[in-house]
Write a new protein. Structure first.
Length: 199
């Protein structure tokens, strides 16, 4: 397992490579994506004994890092087999939310999926927690973190991915938007991604 540590620039470097959000956040996401694909992965392959088989490559992230991980791996599906997102920041949007926008199509990742090429081999893991946040912008009684994730899953299904099957969704009762919640579920994710550990 290899981790990329974020710093104070994460609001500019994470996001979707195609466009920044309506507040200009994520303006360097394309640069970050190029760094991961063109520099970091080749460095790993050169300096360490890692598999060259894309079936062994999984990209995951938490929160805004989860949005970024999804965007990078989905756009570069020739390099990855599975994508994991923990409490993903799928609210990332082109314009501010307005109540009359029932479909809420301003969320950027929905267009990334809709307009992107389908890669049938990809598998997806999504985790949310019922206490990820309190916001419920459409007042439907479901917090936005869960709504946004379910809408991403719906978009993937429209693209031809199966749920369950290609998509795994885990909703943790009382789970929060924090490391302790993600740490508890991470072993389950690793087993999903790589199989049971060899003894």
């Amino acid at each position: 397992y290899v981790g990329l540590e974020c710093n104070e620039n994460r609001m500019h470097e994470y996001g979707t490579a195609s466009t920044a959000d309506f507040k200009g956040r994520g303006g360097r996401a394309l640069e970050y994506s190029k760094f991961v694909i063109d520099e970091f992965i080749p460095f790993l392959k050169k300096e360490f004994k890692v598999s060259s088989d894309k079936n062994d490559w999984v990209y995951c992230g938490m929160s805004l890092g989860g949005l970024s991980a999804f965007d990078i791996a989905y756009r570069h599906s020739n390099l990855f087999n599975k994508i994991g997102v923990f409490s993903g920041s799928f609210w990332w949007r082109k314009k501010a939310y307005v109540k009359k926008d029932i479909a809420d199509r301003s969320r950027i990742l929905l267009d990334v999926i809709k307009n992107g090429k389908s890669a049938p081999h990809l598998k997806f893991w999504f985790q949310t927690g019922t206490e990820d946040e309190q916001a419920d912008r459409n007042n439907n009684g479901v917090i936005d973190s869960i709504d946004d994730t379910l809408d991403v899953i719906k978009e993937l299904r429209a693209k031809g991915y199966s749920y369950p099957g290609d998509i795994k969704y885990v909703e943790i009762k009382d789970g929060r938007h924090d490391l302790p919640t993600w740490e508890k579920i991470f072993p389950e994710f690793v087993e999903w991604a790589f199989g049971k550990p060899r003894v």
